[in-house]
Design a protein. Structure first.
Length: 131
């Protein structure tokens, strides 16, 4: 088996170990990094880089980045979290960003999936269909 494949599998196992109830937790990641520091893997830099890639990917899958031109109420945020948790069948937390270019509505990104219910998105869609 190639070294890169072994490192990828090792990093994926470390990501699974960093989860607490299906969600990557900061405490678990800290424990894993402390253990890696003590063990000092032969290819430690490549292991850490690969681990970072997979942790970022996992974080993106468990986070709904909500872009909106105005702030949202706590109730709306909880409703979004509940909807996406149910849709993806895993815990999803919401992070709200203000984006005045959306004009009105909301755009949500979970991993590679984008849900656009904004006025700017609809106008862009109309402009693309006219040509």
């Amino acid at each position: 088996m190639k070294r890169d494949t072994k490192i990828i599998r090792f990093a994926q196992k470390l990501v699974e170990l960093s989860k607490d109830n299906g969600v990557v937790s900061e405490a678990k990641v800290s424990e894993i990094l402390a253990a890696l520091k003590q063990v000092r893997h032969r290819h430690h830099l490549q292991v850490l880089k690969t681990l970072l890639v997979y942790l970022r990917r996992e974080w993106a899958l468990q986070t709904a980045v909500v872009s909106t031109p105005a702030s949202l109420s706590a109730e709306s945020i909880r409703a979004l979290e509940a909807s996406f948790t149910k849709l993806y069948r895993r815990p999803v937390s919401a992070v709200v960003q203000t984006d005045t270019s959306l004009i009105a509505g909301v755009r949500v990104r979970v991993g590679d999936d984008v849900y656009d219910a904004s006025l700017a998105g609809r106008l862009q869609c109309l402009a693309n269909n006219v040509h």
